[in-house]
Design a protein around this ligand. Structure first.
Ligand code: MOS
Length: 741
């Protein structure tokens, strides 16, 4: 293989750095009008009256849409259920007078230009009948009231694992115990690209929708459901996405408002949210987790309990498997898990990079660090003693698991053996130095997907699939795989994605697209090869006349025997002889359910912090992230994924926190000045290492995917390093300097 596994630069890189890769709100169209969203200033209640008269009097304002004058929308919940909707009743923008959360859209002002729309939106007067709201999540375990369990253990993929053994008795008998409560605040997605939609209204009533999304077909189906439109009347496009990682899995309300206005006015409409309004969308739910660990004196785990309380909205039942990760990761014969959920008057949370693993593993890996301290054992040594070759939840072996090698190579690259175990025992001038580590784990999923390939006699391939590239490098890995499978140069491959009219793809999420689409390309390439071979066999004196399809490969523009390169014919000649100049085929790839193995990716993260003893300022000076994620398709884009995950993990550990004013039930720091994320000055050396992890059973190409694993464990490694530096254990994130002093 020429391209798979290499550090190939992004095929869309030129478009990105020269500005031709445009966002949804930059799509060029004519006759466009602009919508500005008015949001509710209360968290719960009803709209008694909306006075839009002042707004309508502004020159160049076209209309103001509210629940009172909007065009028809679906009345059943089913009309609003998208591909990844949780149980419950999805939010419906401008549907009726009910207010479910502060920042809810309640009117759309449409004007000839965006500035006028925004100004007029400030003139809309709203009278509410306010009701009492609850927006406060319990920061302390003991403050939580009786809450409902999310689901019974084992009931669905997101419910807690089934208990095993007798955790209570084993804990009581354990030689060494640790119990800790770990808090994670509400965290908000802050992608570069603002949520925006440009809806082109065609004269025949069809809509062409440029949307910021991780799933064009999800948005297309959703719009068809909301507005009862035939699928062929809605095309959704998202060729480029300025960051998403969960926030674009579900259709966001601006696309509904833009489509609503386009249908009402029979005009093309653009709606872009402000940065502040994006804090009225989904978020990583705040949570409190209680973990109790019991070990033998030798550091092997005897018992574990992991209980989580997360939050959801009042209208949807959103939860992920916070406790599942500690369930599977370490050898431990006795364990129980529980997960409860607090419904609050806020928008429904959503997936955010490695949902549930970023947070569940944070708690587990801090608890493991604390257990290591209690045992007087090196934290890395503890992980190795509890190592499991089987998924502890299912008691299945892994299709592959090379976490051992992550520990070994990571420790070596970091210099872990030079660590002095005592907290506050390492210094660099006036700064305390701390070294911490953690394990990361994510799942390796794959989903049914369809890929179309058109291969022409002159050696060009066009590969199409309705998936997205959310910045992860999908364009590039698709081109690499197609080039290798079809035997053409990389620059002769054109990738088409982010268009709902292309072959079927689910949302790009869960780190499942690389494995799915790459194997999908392999399937369709095989079909192309088979068709070519059929033609080649009919050629006079064909060197391939008696050869089976599985023994033929496409290399350098030729069909060739895999065993004997001398037996080959050119693809161009084959097509010419067959009287065609192209072959175009579409195939769907499904992945058989493997009931015998678990499929996961793993990582080991080593972090160094330096803490100013007097000011409490923490700097993360070094991180080594070592990842086992099957075959790496592209070492360059893969490293970038892990780097980004580590940066985000540093933000989770030290910076990110949404602050709510519970009097108003509203986010106070709804901007990137006050919602802190790491900036360049916060980021120092980050070293990414991929260990070999051959996997011949997970899928044909041995791919696992790695969008999410990069963040998992990072916050714990940093928190553990802060403890090692200072001797102070901070269990609620972010670790800000006031908590250290
Ligand atoms: Mo991911 S949080 O499924 O984009």
């Amino acid at each position: 293989m020429t391209y798979i596994g290499t550090a190939t630069s992004r095929v869309d890189g030129h478009a990105k750095v020269t500005g031709t890769a445009t966002y949804a709100a930059e799509a060029k169209t004519t006759g466009l009008v602009h919508g500005s969203v008015v949001t509710s200033s209360i968290a719960k209640g009803r709209i008694v009256r909306i006075d839009v008269s002042d707004a309508l009097r502004v020159d160049r304002v076209i209309d103001v849409l509210t629940h009172a004058n909007r065009p028809p929308m679906a009345d059943a919940d089913s009309g609003y259920k998208d591909e990844v909707a949780p149980d419950g009743s999805p939010f419906r923008p401008l549907y009726d007078d009910r207010i479910l959360f502060s920042g809810q859209p309640i009117a759309l002002v449409v004007a000839e230009d965006p500035e006028t729309a925004q100004f007029a939106a400030s003139l809309v007067r709203v009278e509410y009948a306010e009701e009492p709201h609850v927006t406060e999540m319990y920061r302390r375990w003991d403050d939580a009231p009786a809450l409902k369990a999310v689901a019974k253990p084992g009931e669905n993929p997101f419910s807690p694992p089934k208990p095993r053994g007798n955790a209570k008795a084993a804990l009581a008998a354990a030689a060494v115990r640790h119990q800790g409560d770990y808090y994670v605040p509400v965290e908000y997605h802050n992608p570069m690209e603002l949520y925006g939609s440009t809806v082109t209204y065609e004269s025949d009533g069809t809509l062409t929708v440029f949307d910021k999304t991780q799933g064009v077909q999800n948005v297309q189906c959703y719009l068809c459901g909301v507005f009862a439109l035939a699928p062929e009347r809605v095309q959704v496009l998202s060729p480029f996405t300025g960051g998403a990682f969960g926030s674009g899995l579900r259709p966001q309300y601006q696309v509904v408002l833009a489509a609503l206005a386009a249908l009402a006015l029979k005009r093309s409409v653009r709606v872009v949210l402000t940065r502040q309004q994006m804090y009225g969308l989904g978020y990583r739910p705040a949570m409190i987790q209680r973990i109790e660990l019991g070990a033998k004196g030798d550091g092997t785990l005897e018992a574990m309990t992991h209980d989580a309380i997360t939050m959801t909205s009042q209208y949807e039942h959103f939860y992920r498997q916070e406790t599942g990760w500690s369930g599977l990761l370490y050898q431990c014969p006795n364990a129980t898990y529980a997960h409860r959920v607090a419904p609050l008057d806020l928008p429904t949370p959503c997936d955010m990079r490695a949902p549930s693993a970023a947070t569940g593993v944070y708690a587990l890996e801090c608890a493991m660090d604390e257990l290591a301290v209690a045992l007087g054992l090196d934290p890395l040594e503890l992980r190795q003693r509890c190592y499991s070759d089987r998924d502890q939840n299912t008691n299945r072996p892994y299709s592959s698991k090379n976490l051992h090698e992550c520990y070994r190579q990571g420790a070596e690259a970091f210099g872990w053996e030079k660590r002095s175990p005592e907290p506050r025992s390492m210094r660099d001038g006036s700064e305390l130095v701390g070294w911490g580590m953690a394990t990361g784990v994510w799942e390796a999923l794959q989903v049914p997907i369809a890929v179309r390939i058109a291969l022409t006699a002159n050696g060009h391939a066009e590969v199409s699939c309705a998936t997205s590239d959310i910045g992860t490098g999908t364009y590039t890995i698709m081109a690499q795989v197609a080039a290798d499978m079809l035997g053409v140069p990389l620059d002769q491959v054109t990738i088409r994605l982010g268009d709902s009219t292309l072959p079927q793809s689910p949302v790009e999420g869960g780190s499942w697209i690389a494995a799915s689409v790459a194997n999908g390309i392999a399937t369709t390439s095989d079909a192309i090869r088979d068709e070519l071979l059929g033609l080649a066999k009919q050629m006079p004196n064909s060197p391939l006349s008696d050869i089976a399809p599985g023994e033929v490969v496409l290399v350098d523009g030729k069909l060739m025997s895999a065993r004997d390169p001398a037996r080959a014919v050119s693809i161009a000649d084959t097509m010419r002889h067959g009287g065609i100049d192209r072959i175009e085929l579409e195939k769907t790839t499904r992945f058989p359910k493997d009931e015998t193995h678990s499929h996961n990716t793993h990582s080991a993260i080593f972090a160094e912090v330096k803490v100013d003893e007097e000011l409490g300022v923490i700097r993360v000076t070094r991180v080594v992230s070592t990842v086992a994620a099957g075959r790496i398709l592209n070492t360059k884009t893969a490293s970038s994924q892990i780097l980004g995950g580590v940066v985000w993990g540093i933000g989770m550990a030290l910076h990110e926190e949404t602050l709510l004013d519970h009097t108003f039930g509203r986010v106070m720091n709804a901007n990137i000045a006050e919602y802190h994320v790491p900036v360049n000055a916060d980021i120092h050396d980050i070293d990414v290492i991929f260990v070999d992890e051959p996997d011949d059973s997970i899928n044909r190409l041995g791919i696992k995917g790695l969008g999410e694993i990069g963040i998992v464990g990072v916050a714990a490694a940093v928190a553990n390093a802060v403890y090692h530096a200072t001797g102070k254990r901070v269990r609620d994130l972010p670790i800000t300097l006031d908590k250290l002093l």
